[in-house]
Ligand binder design. Structure first.
Ligand code: ZN
Length: 118
């Protein structure tokens, strides 16, 4: 099932991005600023140092990763639910669109009052 594979990859990607972002943030926060290295680098043009920029970028990356994990888990939950847009014909047991009034396989007429619109 291709959709399952896509959701799995989304989840894996989310974990990867989150871990990378966290690692980047921790590395940037943990490592003390090196004045010699900072002096060699061209001016970043802001108030933030390169390490602060890296930490900020890392935290955003981690947030994006967690968002991806959330999307993947929600997509998995939704994907495991039966499709709400289909209903089963009581006469021939075929699946037809929930909005259908007549079964396209056997011509069964659905009772309108029994199937309230969703
Ligand atoms: Zn039918």
């Amino acid at each position: 099932m291709s959709t399952f594979v896509e959701r799995t990859w989304l989840s894996v990607l989310g974990v990867g991005v989150a871990v990378a972002g966290l690692a980047l943030t921790i590395a940037a926060i943990a490592s003390p600023p090196d004045p010699a290295e900072l002096a060699d680098l061209p001016e970043s043009g802001g108030d933030l140092t390169d390490l602060e920029t890296t930490a900020l970028f890392g935290s955003y990356l981690a947030l994006a990763g967690f968002a991806l994990i959330g999307i993947a888990s929600v997509a998995t939950r939704v994907g495991n639910m039966p499709l709400p847009s289909l209903k089963q014909c009581p006469d021939c047991a075929k699946r037809v669109p929930a909005a259908a009034n007549v079964c396209r396989f056997c011509g069964y007429r659905f009772d309108q009052s029994a199937t309230p619109p969703t």
